[in-house]
Structures are given as C-alpha cells and as structure tokens.
Write a protein that binds this ligand. Structure first.
Ligand SMILES: Cc1ncc(C[n+]2csc(CCOP(=O)(O)OP(=O)(O)O)c2C)c(N)n1
Length: 573
C-alpha cells in the first residue's frame, strides 16, 4: 500500500490516518463521535486507502478490532468517542488483554482547555485502562503534543506487538487533532523478537531425553504460518503428543496423528488425566491461566507435580504463577524454529505408546452420543462437512460453545491462519461481531458464528453492520434454549431446582434477522439442519439459523436433570 504523500501542514487527525495506512491498516472499526471529527475527516481524505466501518455499539466495534488483531497478527484498530464510547468499548480491551491480542483503541478526548473539569463525557483513560498485568491495556496514554502524534502511534504498534501482545489505548484531545502539523509519517513497525537462549534449548533437550510421558501444550498469540509449521516438525521429530490451549484450538493441526485435544473448559477427562500424569509439560506460547490449568489443578500451583518448561514471549508471564523447571523467553516466530533445530533423539522413543494413546483418546472423544430431536454434535459435524476447510468459526461464551470446542477440528495455523475466533476472556457477545469482522476482512472465506440466545443478543445489533457493509459468506447459528444455560447449569449444581435470574424471554430470532435484511430459518430437529445449511451456502447474503434446543440438553456431556439429581443426592434430598 503506497503512503499518500502528506500535504503540509495538515491536521493531526489526517496525519493519524496516514500513519495507520503506513502501518498497513486498511480497515478500522468504530462508532463515530464529535470528539474526533478531524480523524473522520482524515478517513474521508484517504478513503481510497482505508475504510472506517461504522458499528452499532462500541462493544461490537472493539470485538471486531480484536478479531482483526487475531486474524492479521497486527493490531486491530478501533475508534470510539469519550466516556460513553470508551466505557462501552472496554469489554473489547479486556478481551484483547486476556487473549493477548494486538489492538489499538483510539479514544476522542475533551479539548485541552476543558481538561480536569469533568467536562462533558470526560474520563482519564490512563487511569481507566491501566496499565498493569491485571489491567486492561498494556499501555494507556494521551497524546498532548500534535507534532509527536506519529511517535505515539509507532510506539503503540510496538507495544501492542512486542512481548506478550495486547491492547493499547491512546486518548486524543479534540484540539490536538485539529492542530496543523508537519511531522513526517513513520515507517511500518517491525516488532522486535526475542530468541530462546541456546543454553535453555540444550537443557530442554536433556529434559526431553529423560522424559517418559511428555506433553506439549501450544497456544497463545504471536504465531505465524512458518512458526506453526516448525512446531509441527518439532513435534514430529520427537513424536510428541500435542494439545492446544483453551480457545487456541487452531494452533496445532487437529487432524494430525500427534494431536491430543484441547486443554480448556469441558476438557476430555482422559486428556485431563494425561496432563496430570505427564512427567514433562512444555507450555509453548500460552499463558498458564485458570482455564488452561483446570483452575490451577491440572498443573498444581505454584509448584506442579510435573516438570514444567514454559516458553512465552512476555517475561511477566514467566514465573508468574508456577515455579517452573525451565523458563525461556521467546517470541513464537523464533521459538518454534529454534525448537525444530533441536537435534532429535535416536529412535525409538520411550513414549510412542503414550502418544498413540493420547491420539486414540482424542478420537474417541469425537464420537458423540445420539441426542434427539436436535443433536448439536451432528450440527457441528455437518458444518465441518459442508463448509470449506478455511472457514473461520467464531463463538462467545456459553455452554453451546462446548459443542464447537469438542467436535470442531481446526486446521493448524500454517494452513489458513486463525480459524477460531473465541474469547479466552469468556466474554459473551464476542462471536457475532468477530464473525462480521472476519466476513468483511476476508470476503472470500466463509465465516460461521455459533452463538447462544443470551450471547447473541448482547451484540445482535451488528447484524446491521454486516448488511450495511456487504458481508455475504456469513452464517450465524443461534442456539436458543430460552436460558442463560451456563448459569442455570451452575445453579442446578449448587442450588438444585432453584432457578433464579437465568430464564430468558426471547424474540423470534429468525424474524429479527429478516428485519435486518438477513435470510433466516427456524428449526428444531437434526434432519432439518443440513438442508437449511445448504440453503445458507447457496444464499446471496448472510443467513441466521435459529435452532430451538431443549434446555435440559445442557452440554455435550450431561443434562440439567442429571446434574440436578446428582446435586440433590449430594445434599441428601
Ligand atoms: C459479558 C458477560 N456477561 C455475563 C457472563 C456470565 N455468563 C457466562 S455464560 C452465560 C450464559 C450464556 O447463555 P447463552 O448464550 O444463552 O448460552 P448457553 O449457556 O445457554 O448455551 C453467562 C450469563 C459472561 N461470561 N460475559
């Protein structure tokens, strides 16, 4: 993309857009505000190089930017206005933080001569968003000097991409944006990478040579296709069983004979056992968070029973919870290549049987018990059979996502980049905007959003954004069980039979989607799904498939009534 030569002096708001184009950004998401009209004018000025997608709520816009960050590996870009816009967008910043997604949120700010008066919609974004490792943003700053705007933007790209990737927030005072400047456009940011220390790699090899039941768990962000291919070769050289971390299920190819399954919510109990029983865990690229460690029990915190080697790009994650045996700070792009070069052992390996058993357990877990009248396992398998391999699958939070996590087989990152967009933050409302973003950014690919009735309506307004900007190969499957089912499940386990605050009163989802211009169908039994999906695939625009599911069919492993009965028995009723 050629950078438009700046015509000096020009408003800082225009320079900001030029800087984004220079960084390779061609699409931004946001909701407009009077606080940053000079930037909007910059988008108009440079409309041949960059587009601004006007979303219907900042939560949706920020999720779209997170999805853009996940798909591209470069910061997703979101623009919002002062207080109300920034507070709405905060869910996306939190998600990008927990998911280690590179992202930049630009926030319009009150003019400098009004600052600190609690002027209209004024907030201090530096205080609101962090920074800190338990914060929301990696870095939150305010650009007070218009001439220094390019410096702040370049730094924002570096911070978002380097180490553990994450979100940055830049506040833009209104008068700063209208100031005329002559500052040059800075070149595209190439993030600095860390390489694992050679001594550490030697030690890793020695530990592997002594291991009997090793397991590699891969995930996190900062991967590229080459690194993913190198990871696969490393696994093959050592015949290592590989699991993927929670909602990083697309890291290692799920169809590979060394794949062992995903370590997350609803983990295959056999895999959980295997993690516990491993004598060496190599955690590659991912945080060892609550969801990936089974609430810090699969790996006992702070000192795990297994030997632990943790390789991560961010020094703050290394040794954060666990007293590991070996810590290596490295970006994924370099770590996987370094691992691939570690000299393989002389055959045969003592864990060949262990790796084969891990794969057999994974495959057995793909076999689903039959459920009537609507079988969600069959729904997911039908999606996988009919949709192309490079389809992007998105979801938010809710029990319904468990069917996707269990039955969807994601190709590894080396094949089509990210094919799973799902929040490790567990944020409801993520899946639909993420799907809209994916469909607008990659119009040649199919995008499938699986969502719950609670989850969907948290950002259902983005159906309009999809229509307005011409998304086509987009399907949203709404699983309607009339309940915030996950919460109902927890209630039945803890307070059996005492349903409180978890029932939902739903609209006719198909009629709602049609009102937005989508095609839509409602169905309630398995046999109706495949023909409905065929029609969606043949349609000229996006389709919503509204699935009516009995609330009792709660997860891929159990029913509400079984959980309630077990809880009642436990409580002696
Ligand atoms: C933004 C947000 N609010 C609340 C929650 C807590 N929560 C987790 S799952 C869930 C219910 C999801 O309901 P639904 O989308 O209908 O899916 P189901 O569990 O019924 O399959 C809730 C309320 C959350 N994770 N995120």
């Amino acid at each position: 993309m050629t950078i438009p030569a700046p015509v000096n002096p020009r408003p800082a708001g225009h320079a900001l857009v030029e800087a984004l184009v220079a960084q390779g950004v061609h699409t931004c998401f946001g909701v407009p505000g009077e606080s940053y009209l000079a930037v909007l004018d910059g988008f108009h000025q440079h409309r041949d190089h960059i587009r601004f997608i006007a979303c219907r709520q900042e939560g949706g816009a920020a999720f779209m930017a997170d999805a853009q960050g996940k798909l591209s590996g470069r910061p997703g870009i979101c623009f919002v206005t002062r207080g109300p816009g920034a507070t709405n967008a905060s869910i996306g910043v939190h998600t990008a933080f927990q998911d280690s997604t590179p992202m930049i949120l630009f926030v319009g700010q009150v003019a400098s001569d009004q600052r600190d008066r609690e002027a209209f919609q004024e907030l201090d974004y530096r205080q609101m968003f962090g920074p800190g490792t338990l914060g929301m943003a990696k870095w939150a700053a305010q650009v007070d000097s218009a001439e220094r705007l390019p410096e702040y933007i370049a730094r924002a790209f570096h911070v978002a991409l380097q180490g553990r990737p994450g979100p940055v927030v830049l506040a833009l005072p209104e008068d700063m944006l209208t100031t005329l400047i002559t500052a040059p456009v800075l070149p595209r940011v190439v993030p600095a990478r860390a390489w694992p220390a050679p001594g550490g790699l030697r030690e890793l090899r020695e530990r592997l040579m002594k291991a009997r039941r090793p397991l590699l768990i891969a995930g996190g962000s900062g991967w590229d296709a080459e690194a993913a291919a190198a990871l696969q070769r490393f696994a093959e050289n050592w015949q290592l069983p590989v699991a993927n971390g929670f909602r990083f299920q697309d890291t290692f190819d799920n169809r590979h004979p060394l794949y062992a399954g995903d370590v997350g919510i609803g983990i295959n109990p056999k895999l959980a056992e295997r993690v516990r029983d491993a004598d060496l865990i190599i955690a590659l690229g991912l945080r060892l968070g609550e969801m990936t460690t089974g609430g810090y029990t699969l790996l006992q915190a702070p000192r795990p029973a297994q030997q632990l080697v943790h390789i991560h790009a961010g020094p703050e994650e290394l040794g954060r919870v666990y007293a590991a045996d070996l810590l290596l700070q490295s970006s994924m792009a370099s770590a996987a290549k370094a691992l691939e070069a570690v000299a393989a052992p002389p055959a045969p390996l003592p864990w060949a049987e262990h790796a084969a058993a891990a794969q057999a357990d994974y495959r057995a877990n793909l076999v689903a018990p039959e459920v009537a009248p609507l079988d969600m396992a069959v729904v997911v398998k039908t999606l996988q059979r009919l949709l192309p391999e490079d389809t992007v699958y998105t979801n938010g939070a809710g029990n319904y996502s468990g069917w996707l996590h269990r039955y969807c087989q994601y190709p590894g990152l080396q094949h089509h980049g990210r094919t799973q967009l799902a929040p490790t933050s567990g944020a409801m409302g993520y899946g639909l905007p993420a799907a809209v973003a994916a469909a607008l950014l990659h119009p040649q690919r199919w995008v499938l959003n699986l969502t719950g009735d609670g989850d969907f309506l948290m950002n259902g307004q983005e159906l309009a954004t999809a229509m307005g900007y011409g998304a086509k190969k987009l399907i949203s499957v709404v699983v309607d069980n009339g309940s915030y089912g996950t919460i109902r499940m927890h209630q039945e386990r803890e307070y059996p039979g005492r349903v409180s605050g978890s029932d939902l009163y739903n609209p006719d989802f198909a009629a709602l989607a049609r009102a937005y211009g989508w095609q839509a169908e409602t169905l309630d039994h398995t046999a109706a799904f495949e023909p409905a999906l065929q029609r969606a695939l043949a349609a000229s625009g996006p389709t919503l498939l509204h699935l009516k599911l009995n609330v009792d069919v709660s997860t891929s492993r159990s029913t509400l009534s079984a959980m309630r009965d077990a809880a009642l028995a436990r409580l002696g009723h």
